[in-house]
Design a protein around this ligand. Structure first.
Ligand code: ADP
Length: 252
């Protein structure tokens, strides 16, 4: 593996009262290590709305779109400040890329993003991608960056996309409802049977749930990029993934 895209959901890097600093620190360390092994790393990170809402002392998760977008504007700053702090500590240079669907769907801006990304990677930077939530609201409303991470993996021709979630992978039914749900280690192609396993139910902080991850897997597989869903509880799982000895779901 030469180039990897890693997506972290809000549930991995935030807690009730804002950012989970310990988790972000661990994530930055592991990604820095991987980068130092000579692997290009792109991080797709959610968490801006949640961080901003907490900083603005909005009561819970804001429900009004304009409040979410205002929270994203505040939270994106904080998020990048913290990432920069930790990644700098581990000797890395990061950058921010805020993307919208309009950008990736249109030729000229898409080529610009690709060129920027390639140049950053040539310079040894770890680009951190998020949706421009204060401007667009495709994913803020539904998706939590799962689709964006698949598009990003395609734009940079990644060898692997890893989605870190609050769950070990895809189960045959929603494990938060059914005790006997079983983890599926490998999925060969998404079909209606697989899609039916994912319920819309998502955690309190995440917004996508499993279904948007399956849509991401579908997009990735159409572009021949393998994708893994694994638990972000311990970011060191990324080492295990690179050694091909991990718990999770591989979409091949
Ligand atoms: P993230 O914030 O990491 O993107 P989400 O909370 O949006 O995570 O999505 C993961 C959640 O999807 C799980 O915690 C679980 O409650 C729910 N879910 C629904 N169906 C399934 C399934 N078949 N397998 C695994 N998780 C499922």
């Amino acid at each position: 593996i030469k180039r990897i895209v890693v997506k972290v959901g809000s549930s991995t890097i935030t807690r009730e009262n804002g950012l989970n600093l310990r988790k972000i620190d661990q994530l930055a360390m592991v990604l820095s290590d991987i980068k130092n092994k000579g692997i290009d790393v792109v991080l797709v990170s959610s968490g801006a709305v949640s961080a901003g809402a907490s900083k603005l002392k909005m009561k819970t998760r804001p429900s009004l779109m304009r409040e979410k977008q205002a929270a994203a504007s505040v939270g994106q700053c904080e998020l990048m400040f913290i990432y920069d702090k930790f990644f700098s500590q581990y000797g890395q240079t990061i950058s921010q890329l805020l993307i919208t669907k309009t950008i990736t769907a249109n030729e000229t801006p898409r080529v610009n993003v690709i060129n920027t990304m390639e140049t950053l990677l040539q310079y040894g930077v770890i680009p951190i991608v998020n949706e421009n939530d204060s401007i667009a609201f495709d994913e803020i409303a539904y998706g939590d960056n799962d689709t964006l991470s698949a598009i990003t993996a395609y734009l940079v021709h990644a060898d692997l996309l890893v989605i870190l979630s609050d769950i070990d992978g895809l189960y045959d039914k929603n494990p938060s409802k059914y005790d006997d749900a079983k983890l599926i280690p490998v999925v060969d192609g998404i079909n209606s049977h697989i899609l039916s396993m994912a319920e819309d139910a998502s955690s309190n902080v995440g917004t996508g749930g499993m279904i948007t991850k399956l849509h991401a897997a579908q997009y990735a597989s159409e572009h021949n990029i393998p994708m893994i869903i694994a638990n972000g509880k311990q970011p060191s799982i990324l080492y295990d993934i690179l050694e091909d000895n991990y718990k999770g779901t591989l979409f091949d």
